[in-house]
Design a protein around this ligand. Structure first.
Ligand code: AQP
Length: 334
């Protein structure tokens, strides 16, 4: 089972990234043959960004992933921009990707609406590069949060179309792996929208590196509802805030939502639910925060991890690209 996933080096990683993706990456190290994780700096340039900060942020993200439990000996951890096979395959895949499909992607619609000066072609082609990331390794499984479902479906269509046009079995059609609980963590201040790097508020977003006090404060202020008498139950449509807190507590502790509900049967108000959620989050994130500082200060080590990861990744992707080029009749064939 070959596993692949990518993560952006943008901004501080939040609880949604941690539960939806990063925790699955750590678990994937035991199953992956290998588990391949990529910090996608090339995706980060599709929206306005600061070149001088980009490499810093790649190192921030590398340190965070290591602090979360990735081990360079047990997985392939690298920076996308160090392995040119990704960009090459992305161009080759455009020949079997319809622009209409790209135009319909929710992420493109949301992110392009937020751009004031320039809607880059890169934003439109983002899912093609994402498809290339995965398909270049013939990965079978892609651990992601719920928000990436649409891009995964596109990737599968592209792989199928490519195989139908150029040769069955050339590319592997991957499956997504979305966590059963916590696949879509919502913003604490606006539980109708997902917790997000670019779209949310600081108060509504729990960052992986937040300390216990910040976490407790954000949870105390989390939006619930004014149902009278109060009722702690899962109802995503009618009670999105309360449902989110139940799901966060369950996902953070690795238990079913029913366990959380049973424990809160004698609660005196939503305060008890908020307290349970903040305790669960602090327990989950404190060890990561504690390990992060030591790792982030050693840039020589982080650079070495990424360099070695890139060499391993390229060794896996190069033969796939050779097959793809040959099948497509691109280049000299030598
Ligand atoms: N709210 C979420 N709940 C569960 N999973 C989530 N993911 C993102 N938000 C949630 C998953 O995190 C992984 C990494 O996402 P990314 O590389 O896109 O990182 P990002 O851009 O910093 O995170 P956001 O919040 O998704 O950014 P915005 O909203 O600005 O685009 C992915 O597997 C994703 O599914």
């Amino acid at each position: 089972m070959r596993i692949f996933s990518g993560i952006q080096p943008t901004g501080a990683k939040h609880l949604g990234n941690y539960i939806g993706a990063i925790r699955q990456y750590v678990e994937g190290q035991d199953r992956g043959e290998p588990a391949i994780y990529c910090i996608v700096d090339l995706h980060a340039i599709t929206v306005p960004y600061e070149p001088a900060r980009l490499r810093e942020r790649v190192l921030d993200t590398t340190a965070l992933l290591l602090a979360a439990g990735l081990e360079p000996e047990r997985c392939v951890l690298f920076r996308q921009g160090d392995v040119p096979e990704h960009t090459e395959l992305s161009w080759l895949l455009t020949s079997v990707t319809a622009t209409g499909e790209l135009n319909r992607m929710h992420q493109f619609r949301d992110k392009s609406a937020a751009q004031r000066e320039l809607i880059s072609a890169g934003l439109l082609f983002y899912p093609v590069l994402q498809a290339a990331d995965v398909l270049a390794y013939r990965a079978h499984e892609v651990p992601v949060g719920e928000d990436q479902r649409e891009h995964l479906e596109l990737m599968r269509d592209v792989a199928r179309r490519f195989n139908a046009r150029f040769g069955e079995g050339l590319l592997v059609v991957p499956e997504h792996r979305i966590p059963a609980v916590g696949a879509r963590i919502m913003d604490l201040q606006d539980p109708a929208r997902k917790m997000s790097t670019s779209g949310g508020s600081v108060e509504g977003t729990v960052y992986v590196l937040d300390g216990p006090e910040a976490i407790e404060k954000k949870l105390r202020r989390a939006v619930t509802d004014s149902e009278d008498p109060f009722a702690i139950r899962r109802d995503p449509a009618a009670k999105p805030g309360v449902t989110n807190l139940i799901d966060i507590t369950a996902a953070a502790r690795g238990v079913d939502g029913d366990v959380v509900l049973a424990e809160l049967a004698g609660a005196r108000g939503y305060g008890d639910l908020k307290l349970a959620a903040s305790r669960a989050i602090v327990t989950l994130l404190a060890p990561v925060r504690e390990r992060y500082a030591g790792l982030r200060s050693d840039e020589t080590y982080l650079d070495a991890v990424l360099e070695q990861g890139a060499a391993k990744a390229q060794a896996l992707a190069a033969p796939v690209l050779a097959d793809v080029r040959a099948a497509m009749g691109v280049g000299s064939g030598r």
